[in-house]
Ligand binder design. Structure first.
Ligand SMILES: Nc1ncnc2c1ncn2[C@@H]1O[C@H](COP(=O)(O)OP(=O)(O)OP(=O)(O)O)[C@@H](O)[C@H]1O
Ligand SMILES: [Mg+2]
Length: 239
């Protein structure tokens, strides 16, 4: 059974548009546990909209998403929020760090909301921030961080619960090449060493090459699926 299954997914936006915009249409996608998948395509092709539906953030207009066998449409908002918090780590394209919290508090938030003890929250936040090279900025507030630093903080927040699935929207968009390489290596390690499943959205085809399978979107549809044999094999022991 795939860990994530999308069937005939479609999203049409009506609010704030003259005629309605169908951002995603007719998407079928099965993602295996321990897979590193990239979703690529030009700006406006529907990547973020698709990722938000896969992560239970946006409800589809048609079709369905099964996460670990559960139809997300069958869940009320509270149940959906709990699954999102416990099973999914989401890296937003616009980071979405809360300005009044420190970086450490932002990163710990999913654990705090889940009722974890303070000591565990602090330790896990520190560990996640160190993993993205941000251990030296844990007491900074987001507006005192550079864009790339905020982006790495947002990645740490998505990893702090060790979720089954990490959904990352342009996780290297604000990073220089050295930090991009670090983040891609980190995502590959999550798959290889911890068996987590990673879906990464990027418009950059060279970034997408880090994944084992590349799905290309065009005008809201999947236009091409590429098995990327050049990527490090999923589940292989690290050397
Ligand atoms: N809330 C919304 N209301 C109306 N239209 C929307 C909304 N969100 C997205 N769209 C439209 O849907 C299409 C797909 O948007 P989406 O954000 O999914 O693209 P994307 O591939 O992530 O682009 P980018 O690479 O620029 O982030 C775009 O044409 C966009 O204008
Ligand atoms: Mg986007």
């Amino acid at each position: 059974m795939p860990i994530l299954l999308a069937e005939k997914l479609e999203k049409t936006f009506t609010a704030g548009t003259a005629t309605g915009v169908t951002a995603v249409r007719d998407v079928d996608l099965a993602v295996s546990e321990g897979e590193f998948l990239a979703i690529t395509g030009t700006s406006g092709s529907g990547k973020s909209t698709l990722l938000h539906m896969l992560g239970g953030i946006t409800r589809p207009s048609a079709g369905r998403v099964l996460l670990e066998g559960t139809d997300l449409a069958s869940l009320d908002d509270d149940a959906l929020a709990e699954i999102r918090r416990r099973r999914i780590g989401f890296v937003f394209q616009r980071y979405n760090l809360l300005p009044e919290l420190t970086l450490s508090e932002n990163v710990a938030l999913p654990l705090v909301l889940d009722g974890a003890a303070q000591a565990r929250c602090e330790a896990a936040a520190r560990e996640a921030l160190e993993a993205v090279g941000m251990g030296h900025r844990i007491h900074h507030r987001p507006d005192a961080l550079s864009g790339g630093e905020q982006q790495r903080g947002a990645i740490a927040r998505a990893l702090v619960t060790e979720p089954a699935i990490v959904l990352a929207d342009e996780p290297t968009g604000a990073l220089d090449s050295a930090n991009s390489a670090n983040v891609l290596e980190l995502l590959q390690r999550l798959v290889r060493e911890r068996g987590q499943t990673v879906i990464m959205v990027t418009h950059d085809t060279s970034i997408a090459e880090a994944a084992g399978r590349i799905v290309r979107m065009r005008d809201g549809r999947i236009s091409e699926v590429i098995e990327n044999h050049a990527a490090p094999p999923a589940g292989a022991a690290s050397s």
